[in-house]
Ligand binder design. Structure first.
Ligand code: TYM
Length: 332
């Protein structure tokens, strides 16, 4: 860690399987930006239990997510990676920040409204306070930058508000973080319902491309992607399915959207689907192979994660001490 470097923090919930939305909206940008920052990337397993998890799968999903970070190119020279539950200070700061967050602002969170409407009568309190735990994840490491997809923007704004409020009530304890939301790939859509965000918990598995999908399945999913009844490939509002495929290509290749759209003038939808599948496959295949290699050596992976959580805990503890002092808890 270099003292002069700014800090970057981000995480993903290890629920179910990660999607190309997680990869393009988050992980790929972490890899791109990592060398300029002191980075903390974790699997947010404490967040995952706001929905019911199978205990037999939670640990596997956590290892899978963290192995994917490494496989995608996260470099331990720049980044500390670990499971959120291994650093107890996350939960500790969350309690404190619960006392600095308002019911009204949490009730306005779009993601809470969506998820709680699906939860029916038994909405866990954790789903409501979820953004406070996320604020703790970020503020604990004094993050300057938080790279996320656009669905997390509101949570980042809340994090900033809570940090500013705490600093104002006490002293300047927290760095107020900035979000980093990529210009392309910040919101990858479901392949079957391109007006909905692609999500780990998509109702139809054919609509989401998972990082663990076989190459054959990826091809099949793109071939069945919903477009529209027209035939012209243009990047316009009324063609969300076409836009999504072009976005996916642009996020992977770095080519401009205009350039990609132009290259399909006079071509059929089928061309765009097959090309997108091939681009995704050539991006994901090596990542999958490396993920499997990391998972095959569990001992080494656990060693990396233990070293990561030890380092993270030291940094986190320094913040907790400042917070306790600022609040005025009795010294031990
Ligand atoms: P999660 O697990 O839902 O998603 C992880 C990351 O992937 C991005 N993402 C997408 N990007 C583009 N298109 C999509 N379809 C798509 N789906 C998901 C998300 O924006 C996110 O960046 N609360 C967070 C996790 C979290 C966190 C944090 C993030 C907890 N603590 C601290 C940053 C910093 C979440 O549930 O993300």
């Amino acid at each position: 860690m270099s003292a002069s470097k700014k800090t970057m923090v981000s995480g993903i919930q290890p629920t179910n399987k990660l999607t190309i939305g997680n990869y393009l909206g988050a992980i790929k940008n972490w890899v791109k930006l990592q060398s300029e920052y002191d980075c903390y990337f974790f699997a947010v397993d404490l967040h995952a239990i706001t929905a019911k998890q199978d205990p037999k799968q939670l640990a596997d999903n956590t290892f899978f997510a963290l192995a994917t970070y490494l496989a995608a190119g996260i470099d331990l020279k720049h980044a500390t990676i670990f499971a959120q539950s291994h650093v107890r200070q996350h939960a500790e700061l969350a309690w404190i920040l619960n006392c600095y967050s308002y019911m009204g602002e949490l009730g306005r969170m779009t993601q809470f409204k969506e998820k709680s409407s699906r939860a029916g009568e038994t909405i866990p309190v954790g789903l409501f306070t979820y953004p406070v735990l996320m604020a703790s994840d970020i503020l604990l490491y004094q993050a300057d930058l938080v790279p996320v997809g656009s669905d997390q923007k509101q949570h980042l704004e809340l994090t900033r508000d809570v940090a500013i409020r705490f600093n104002h009530n006490h002293s300047k304890v927290f760095t107020v973080p900035e979000p980093y939301i990529p210009t392309v790939g910040a919101r990858i859509m479901d392949l079957l319902e391109p007006t909905n965000k692609m999500s780990k918990s998509s109702p139809n598995e054919m609509g989401a491309v998972y990082l663990s999908d076989s190459m054959k399945d990826i091809e099949k999913k793109f071939k069945r992607a919903v477009t529209d009844s027209g035939s012209e490939i243009t990047y316009v509002e009324e063609k969300p399915g076409i836009r999504n495929l072009i976005d996916i290509q642009a996020a992977i290749t770095g080519r401009s959207i205009g350039d990609i759209a132009k290259s399909y003038e006079g071509k059929m939808y089928g061309h765009l689907k097959v090309d997108t599948a091939n681009i995704v496959i050539s991006e994901l295949q090596p990542v999958q192979e490396r993920t499997q290699r990391f998972l095959a050596d569990k001992g080494e992976l656990q060693r990396i994660l233990r070293a990561g959580s030890d380092k993270a805990a030291t940094r986190a503890e320094a913040t907790i001490r400042k917070v306790y002092d600022a609040i005025g808890f009795a010294p031990r």
